[in-house]
Ligand binder design. Structure first.
Ligand SMILES: [Zn+2]
Length: 361
Protein backbone atom coordinates (compact mmCIF):
# COMPACT_ATOMS: atom_id res chain seq x y z
CA UNK A 1 0.00 0.00 0.00
CA UNK A 2 2.79 2.38 0.93
CA UNK A 3 4.57 1.53 -2.29
CA UNK A 4 1.42 2.28 -4.26
CA UNK A 5 1.03 5.65 -2.53
CA UNK A 6 4.53 6.78 -3.38
CA UNK A 7 4.07 5.64 -6.97
CA UNK A 8 0.94 7.68 -7.36
CA UNK A 9 2.71 10.69 -5.83
CA UNK A 10 5.46 10.28 -8.38
CA UNK A 11 2.84 9.98 -11.12
CA UNK A 12 1.05 13.16 -10.12
CA UNK A 13 4.40 14.95 -9.85
CA UNK A 14 5.18 13.86 -13.40
CA UNK A 15 1.71 14.84 -14.53
CA UNK A 16 1.95 18.37 -13.14
CA UNK A 17 5.36 18.70 -14.72
CA UNK A 18 3.85 17.71 -18.07
CA UNK A 19 0.98 20.14 -17.78
CA UNK A 20 3.09 22.97 -16.47
CA UNK A 21 2.08 25.44 -13.79
CA UNK A 22 0.06 28.61 -14.05
CA UNK A 23 3.09 30.81 -13.49
CA UNK A 24 5.28 29.26 -16.13
CA UNK A 25 4.79 30.94 -19.50
CA UNK A 26 6.82 28.35 -21.36
CA UNK A 27 4.70 25.59 -19.88
CA UNK A 28 1.56 27.08 -21.43
CA UNK A 29 2.60 25.72 -24.82
CA UNK A 30 2.58 22.23 -23.36
CA UNK A 31 -0.84 22.88 -21.88
CA UNK A 32 -2.32 22.97 -25.37
CA UNK A 33 -1.52 19.37 -26.09
CA UNK A 34 -1.78 16.09 -24.35
CA UNK A 35 1.46 14.26 -23.60
CA UNK A 36 3.58 13.72 -26.71
CA UNK A 37 2.60 10.69 -28.74
CA UNK A 38 5.75 8.71 -28.27
CA UNK A 39 6.13 9.63 -24.64
CA UNK A 40 4.58 7.90 -21.73
CA UNK A 41 1.07 8.90 -20.87
CA UNK A 42 0.33 10.04 -17.38
CA UNK A 43 -0.57 6.47 -16.51
CA UNK A 44 2.82 5.37 -17.65
CA UNK A 45 1.55 3.50 -20.71
CA UNK A 46 2.60 3.92 -24.29
CA UNK A 47 -0.20 5.20 -26.46
CA UNK A 48 -1.82 2.49 -28.55
CA UNK A 49 -3.57 4.90 -30.90
CA UNK A 50 -2.17 4.71 -34.45
CA UNK A 51 -0.20 7.68 -35.65
CA UNK A 52 -2.80 8.65 -38.26
CA UNK A 53 -5.19 9.41 -35.42
CA UNK A 54 -2.76 11.76 -33.80
CA UNK A 55 -3.36 15.48 -34.07
CA UNK A 56 -1.79 16.75 -37.33
CA UNK A 57 -0.93 20.09 -35.71
CA UNK A 58 0.92 18.88 -32.67
CA UNK A 59 1.51 15.21 -33.54
CA UNK A 60 0.06 14.46 -30.18
CA UNK A 61 -2.35 11.69 -29.58
CA UNK A 62 -6.03 12.38 -29.48
CA UNK A 63 -6.83 10.00 -26.69
CA UNK A 64 -9.78 11.77 -25.06
CA UNK A 65 -8.66 11.31 -21.47
CA UNK A 66 -5.31 12.83 -22.35
CA UNK A 67 -6.96 15.67 -24.24
CA UNK A 68 -8.73 16.67 -21.06
CA UNK A 69 -5.63 16.97 -18.94
CA UNK A 70 -5.59 20.75 -19.24
CA UNK A 71 -8.28 23.06 -17.96
CA UNK A 72 -9.44 26.54 -18.80
CA UNK A 73 -8.12 28.12 -15.65
CA UNK A 74 -4.57 27.05 -16.44
CA UNK A 75 -4.78 28.37 -19.97
CA UNK A 76 -6.28 31.68 -18.90
CA UNK A 77 -3.60 32.12 -16.28
CA UNK A 78 -0.89 31.51 -18.80
CA UNK A 79 -2.03 33.34 -21.88
CA UNK A 80 -1.59 36.84 -20.48
CA UNK A 81 2.08 36.34 -19.81
CA UNK A 82 2.79 34.49 -23.02
CA UNK A 83 3.92 36.84 -25.80
CA UNK A 84 3.78 34.07 -28.44
CA UNK A 85 0.01 33.49 -28.30
CA UNK A 86 -2.99 35.70 -28.87
CA UNK A 87 -5.70 35.10 -26.22
CA UNK A 88 -8.45 34.44 -28.75
CA UNK A 89 -6.35 31.97 -30.69
CA UNK A 90 -5.59 30.09 -27.49
CA UNK A 91 -9.24 30.08 -26.43
CA UNK A 92 -10.41 28.92 -29.86
CA UNK A 93 -7.85 26.15 -29.94
CA UNK A 94 -8.79 24.96 -26.48
CA UNK A 95 -12.50 25.01 -27.43
CA UNK A 96 -11.76 22.99 -30.57
CA UNK A 97 -9.82 20.41 -28.61
CA UNK A 98 -12.49 20.17 -25.90
CA UNK A 99 -15.29 19.64 -28.45
CA UNK A 100 -13.18 17.09 -30.25
CA UNK A 101 -12.69 15.01 -27.12
CA UNK A 102 -14.88 11.97 -27.55
CA UNK A 103 -17.68 11.16 -25.20
CA UNK A 104 -17.97 7.38 -24.92
CA UNK A 105 -21.09 5.27 -25.43
CA UNK A 106 -22.29 4.46 -21.93
CA UNK A 107 -23.46 8.03 -21.26
CA UNK A 108 -26.90 6.69 -20.39
CA UNK A 109 -25.75 4.99 -17.18
CA UNK A 110 -26.61 7.71 -14.61
CA UNK A 111 -30.07 8.38 -16.09
CA UNK A 112 -31.01 4.69 -16.07
CA UNK A 113 -29.86 4.29 -12.45
CA UNK A 114 -31.59 7.49 -11.31
CA UNK A 115 -34.82 6.40 -13.00
CA UNK A 116 -34.62 3.17 -10.97
CA UNK A 117 -34.67 5.31 -7.82
CA UNK A 118 -31.00 4.77 -7.00
CA UNK A 119 -28.45 7.20 -5.56
CA UNK A 120 -25.91 8.26 -8.19
CA UNK A 121 -22.66 10.22 -7.93
CA UNK A 122 -21.09 11.15 -11.29
CA UNK A 123 -17.31 11.35 -11.04
CA UNK A 124 -15.44 14.19 -12.78
CA UNK A 125 -14.53 13.30 -16.38
CA UNK A 126 -16.52 10.03 -16.45
CA UNK A 127 -18.05 10.67 -19.89
CA UNK A 128 -14.68 10.73 -21.64
CA UNK A 129 -12.98 8.12 -19.43
CA UNK A 130 -12.30 4.69 -20.87
CA UNK A 131 -9.73 2.59 -22.64
CA UNK A 132 -11.35 3.40 -25.96
CA UNK A 133 -15.04 2.80 -26.41
CA UNK A 134 -17.12 -0.25 -25.55
CA UNK A 135 -18.71 -2.56 -28.11
CA UNK A 136 -22.39 -3.47 -27.98
CA UNK A 137 -23.31 -4.10 -24.37
CA UNK A 138 -24.58 -7.64 -23.72
CA UNK A 139 -24.55 -7.82 -19.94
CA UNK A 140 -23.05 -6.96 -16.57
CA UNK A 141 -20.20 -8.55 -14.62
CA UNK A 142 -20.52 -8.18 -10.84
CA UNK A 143 -17.34 -7.70 -8.81
CA UNK A 144 -16.27 -6.85 -5.30
CA UNK A 145 -13.30 -4.59 -4.70
CA UNK A 146 -11.46 -6.66 -2.06
CA UNK A 147 -10.70 -3.21 -0.64
CA UNK A 148 -10.44 -1.78 2.89
CA UNK A 149 -13.02 -2.63 5.51
CA UNK A 150 -13.57 0.97 6.59
CA UNK A 151 -15.30 3.66 4.55
CA UNK A 152 -18.13 3.88 2.06
CA UNK A 153 -16.17 3.54 -1.21
CA UNK A 154 -12.45 3.64 -0.34
CA UNK A 155 -11.52 1.85 -3.61
CA UNK A 156 -12.96 4.60 -5.84
CA UNK A 157 -9.50 6.03 -6.63
CA UNK A 158 -8.02 2.66 -7.59
CA UNK A 159 -11.02 1.75 -9.76
CA UNK A 160 -10.74 5.12 -11.52
CA UNK A 161 -6.98 5.29 -12.01
CA UNK A 162 -5.90 1.65 -11.87
CA UNK A 163 -3.11 -0.10 -10.04
CA UNK A 164 0.58 -0.37 -10.78
CA UNK A 165 -0.06 -3.70 -12.53
CA UNK A 166 -3.35 -2.78 -14.27
CA UNK A 167 -4.18 0.62 -15.77
CA UNK A 168 -7.60 2.12 -15.05
CA UNK A 169 -10.43 2.59 -15.30
CA UNK A 170 -11.15 -0.80 -13.75
CA UNK A 171 -14.97 -0.60 -13.97
CA UNK A 172 -17.67 1.70 -15.28
CA UNK A 173 -19.46 1.76 -11.92
CA UNK A 174 -18.57 1.57 -8.26
CA UNK A 175 -21.17 0.69 -5.63
CA UNK A 176 -20.63 2.08 -2.14
CA UNK A 177 -21.64 0.37 1.08
CA UNK A 178 -24.49 2.88 1.41
CA UNK A 179 -25.94 1.87 -1.99
CA UNK A 180 -24.63 4.86 -3.96
CA UNK A 181 -23.51 4.19 -7.55
CA UNK A 182 -20.38 6.13 -8.51
CA UNK A 183 -20.19 6.59 -12.28
CA UNK A 184 -16.52 6.25 -13.18
CA UNK A 185 -16.36 5.71 -16.96
CA UNK A 186 -18.54 5.70 -20.07
CA UNK A 187 -15.94 3.79 -22.09
CA UNK A 188 -14.18 0.44 -21.99
CA UNK A 189 -12.68 -0.69 -18.68
CA UNK A 190 -10.15 -3.29 -17.54
CA UNK A 191 -12.39 -5.43 -15.38
CA UNK A 192 -13.00 -8.81 -16.98
CA UNK A 193 -9.77 -10.48 -18.06
CA UNK A 194 -9.92 -13.86 -19.76
CA UNK A 195 -13.25 -15.66 -19.49
CA UNK A 196 -16.55 -16.74 -20.98
CA UNK A 197 -20.18 -16.17 -20.10
CA UNK A 198 -22.97 -17.39 -22.37
CA UNK A 199 -20.46 -17.71 -25.18
CA UNK A 200 -19.17 -14.16 -24.89
CA UNK A 201 -15.44 -14.02 -24.37
CA UNK A 202 -14.70 -10.31 -24.86
CA UNK A 203 -15.67 -9.22 -21.36
CA UNK A 204 -14.26 -5.71 -21.39
CA UNK A 205 -15.88 -4.95 -24.73
CA UNK A 206 -19.34 -6.45 -24.14
CA UNK A 207 -19.93 -6.29 -20.37
CA UNK A 208 -20.36 -3.39 -18.00
CA UNK A 209 -18.32 -3.86 -14.82
CA UNK A 210 -19.62 -2.98 -11.37
CA UNK A 211 -17.13 -2.93 -8.49
CA UNK A 212 -18.98 -3.08 -5.18
CA UNK A 213 -17.05 -2.15 -2.05
CA UNK A 214 -16.42 -5.22 0.09
CA UNK A 215 -13.32 -6.86 1.54
CA UNK A 216 -14.34 -10.15 -0.06
CA UNK A 217 -13.54 -11.91 3.19
CA UNK A 218 -16.21 -14.17 4.69
CA UNK A 219 -14.79 -14.93 8.15
CA UNK A 220 -12.25 -13.68 10.65
CA UNK A 221 -11.37 -10.07 11.48
CA UNK A 222 -11.70 -8.82 7.89
CA UNK A 223 -15.12 -10.47 7.37
CA UNK A 224 -17.44 -8.06 5.64
CA UNK A 225 -21.22 -8.56 5.70
CA UNK A 226 -23.00 -7.04 2.71
CA UNK A 227 -25.29 -4.21 3.93
CA UNK A 228 -28.93 -4.76 2.85
CA UNK A 229 -29.02 -1.26 1.36
CA UNK A 230 -25.98 -2.06 -0.83
CA UNK A 231 -27.32 -5.43 -2.01
CA UNK A 232 -30.71 -3.91 -2.76
CA UNK A 233 -29.03 -1.22 -4.89
CA UNK A 234 -26.83 -3.86 -6.57
CA UNK A 235 -29.87 -5.89 -7.70
CA UNK A 236 -31.88 -2.85 -8.77
CA UNK A 237 -28.97 -1.29 -10.61
CA UNK A 238 -28.22 -4.47 -12.55
CA UNK A 239 -31.94 -4.94 -13.31
CA UNK A 240 -32.18 -1.39 -14.67
CA UNK A 241 -29.11 -1.84 -16.87
CA UNK A 242 -30.31 -5.19 -18.24
CA UNK A 243 -33.71 -3.69 -19.03
CA UNK A 244 -32.04 -0.83 -20.85
CA UNK A 245 -29.95 -3.16 -23.02
CA UNK A 246 -32.90 -5.55 -23.48
CA UNK A 247 -31.15 -8.53 -21.92
CA UNK A 248 -32.45 -11.18 -19.54
CA UNK A 249 -31.24 -11.76 -15.99
CA UNK A 250 -28.97 -14.57 -17.22
CA UNK A 251 -26.79 -11.84 -18.77
CA UNK A 252 -25.52 -10.76 -15.39
CA UNK A 253 -22.79 -12.94 -13.99
CA UNK A 254 -20.23 -12.86 -11.24
CA UNK A 255 -16.59 -12.35 -12.13
CA UNK A 256 -16.04 -15.77 -10.48
CA UNK A 257 -18.41 -17.28 -13.06
CA UNK A 258 -16.90 -15.47 -16.06
CA UNK A 259 -13.19 -15.82 -15.31
CA UNK A 260 -11.06 -18.58 -16.83
CA UNK A 261 -9.39 -20.75 -15.85
CA UNK A 262 -12.12 -21.67 -13.37
CA UNK A 263 -11.19 -20.45 -9.92
CA UNK A 264 -9.07 -17.52 -11.14
CA UNK A 265 -11.50 -15.08 -9.44
CA UNK A 266 -13.71 -15.45 -6.39
CA UNK A 267 -15.77 -12.27 -6.62
CA UNK A 268 -18.39 -11.51 -5.62
CA UNK A 269 -18.81 -13.55 -2.44
CA UNK A 270 -22.62 -13.76 -2.64
CA UNK A 271 -24.60 -16.46 -4.46
CA UNK A 272 -25.07 -15.46 -8.09
CA UNK A 273 -27.98 -17.83 -8.80
CA UNK A 274 -30.00 -16.24 -6.04
CA UNK A 275 -28.88 -12.78 -7.16
CA UNK A 276 -30.08 -13.45 -10.71
CA UNK A 277 -33.48 -14.71 -9.59
CA UNK A 278 -33.94 -11.56 -7.51
CA UNK A 279 -32.84 -9.40 -10.47
CA UNK A 280 -35.35 -11.27 -12.66
CA UNK A 281 -38.11 -10.59 -10.10
CA UNK A 282 -37.28 -6.86 -10.11
CA UNK A 283 -37.31 -6.80 -13.92
CA UNK A 284 -40.69 -8.57 -13.93
CA UNK A 285 -42.09 -6.11 -11.40
CA UNK A 286 -42.81 -8.85 -8.85
CA UNK A 287 -40.01 -8.18 -6.34
CA UNK A 288 -41.04 -7.27 -2.80
CA UNK A 289 -40.22 -3.71 -1.80
CA UNK A 290 -36.77 -3.35 -0.25
CA UNK A 291 -36.67 -3.67 3.50
CA UNK A 292 -36.39 -0.10 4.68
CA UNK A 293 -34.89 1.01 7.96
CA UNK A 294 -37.78 2.22 10.20
CA UNK A 295 -37.91 6.03 10.50
CA UNK A 296 -38.01 5.83 14.32
CA UNK A 297 -37.16 3.14 16.86
CA UNK A 298 -39.45 1.79 19.61
CA UNK A 299 -38.47 4.63 21.95
CA UNK A 300 -39.11 7.35 19.37
CA UNK A 301 -35.48 7.99 18.38
CA UNK A 302 -35.31 8.97 14.69
CA UNK A 303 -33.09 7.14 12.22
CA UNK A 304 -30.18 9.51 11.54
CA UNK A 305 -27.63 9.65 8.75
CA UNK A 306 -25.19 12.00 7.08
CA UNK A 307 -26.71 15.47 6.61
CA UNK A 308 -28.81 15.35 9.80
CA UNK A 309 -28.14 17.67 12.73
CA UNK A 310 -29.21 18.33 16.31
CA UNK A 311 -28.64 17.21 19.89
CA UNK A 312 -29.01 13.52 19.05
CA UNK A 313 -26.13 13.88 16.60
CA UNK A 314 -24.03 15.29 19.47
CA UNK A 315 -24.89 12.17 21.46
CA UNK A 316 -23.79 9.91 18.58
CA UNK A 317 -20.56 11.87 18.14
CA UNK A 318 -19.74 11.54 21.83
CA UNK A 319 -20.23 7.76 21.60
CA UNK A 320 -18.13 7.23 18.47
CA UNK A 321 -15.36 9.59 19.57
CA UNK A 322 -15.59 12.54 17.23
CA UNK A 323 -15.86 16.27 18.07
CA UNK A 324 -19.44 17.20 19.05
CA UNK A 325 -20.53 19.61 16.34
CA UNK A 326 -24.15 18.49 16.08
CA UNK A 327 -23.69 17.95 12.34
CA UNK A 328 -23.70 14.41 10.99
CA UNK A 329 -20.77 14.87 8.61
CA UNK A 330 -18.47 12.54 6.69
CA UNK A 331 -16.14 12.05 9.64
CA UNK A 332 -19.02 11.16 11.94
CA UNK A 333 -20.19 8.65 9.35
CA UNK A 334 -16.72 7.12 9.01
CA UNK A 335 -16.35 6.76 12.81
CA UNK A 336 -19.84 5.34 13.04
CA UNK A 337 -19.02 2.68 10.43
CA UNK A 338 -15.99 1.82 12.50
CA UNK A 339 -18.16 1.52 15.61
CA UNK A 340 -20.71 -0.62 13.76
CA UNK A 341 -18.00 -2.91 12.44
CA UNK A 342 -16.50 -3.33 15.92
CA UNK A 343 -19.92 -4.19 17.37
CA UNK A 344 -20.99 -6.76 14.78
CA UNK A 345 -23.47 -4.43 13.06
CA UNK A 346 -23.79 -3.86 9.32
CA UNK A 347 -21.49 -0.86 8.66
CA UNK A 348 -23.97 1.25 6.70
CA UNK A 349 -23.15 4.52 8.50
CA UNK A 350 -26.81 4.98 9.44
CA UNK A 351 -28.11 5.12 13.02
CA UNK A 352 -31.28 3.01 12.94
CA UNK A 353 -32.95 1.02 15.73
CA UNK A 354 -30.18 -1.58 16.06
CA UNK A 355 -27.36 0.95 16.09
CA UNK A 356 -29.26 3.13 18.60
CA UNK A 357 -29.66 0.12 20.90
CA UNK A 358 -25.94 -0.65 20.64
CA UNK A 359 -24.89 2.99 21.14
CA UNK A 360 -27.07 3.18 24.26
CA UNK A 361 -25.80 -0.05 25.81
ZN1 LIG B 1 -13.58 -8.90 -10.30
Amino acid sequence: MAKKASKSKERSRRASKTRGTGKNAKASVRVLGSPAHEEDHIDGLRCSIPRERSDPLTRRCRRPEAALTYDDSEVEGNSGSNPGFDDDVVQDYVRYRMEEAMVFSLVWLPRVLLDAGLKVAEQPGWQTRGRGDVGSTKGVICHHTAGPKIGNMPSLGIVTHGRSDLPGPLAQLCLGRDGTFFVVAAGRCNHAGVGNWQGITSGNTNFIGIEAENTGVMSGPKADAWPAIQMDAYRRGVAAILKKIRANAIMCCGHKEYALPVGRKDDPTFDMGEFRSQVAAIMAGIAPNPSMIPAIDSTGRPTLRRGDSGDLVNAIQAKVGVAETGHFDAETEARLRNFQTNHGLVPDGIVGPRTWATLAS
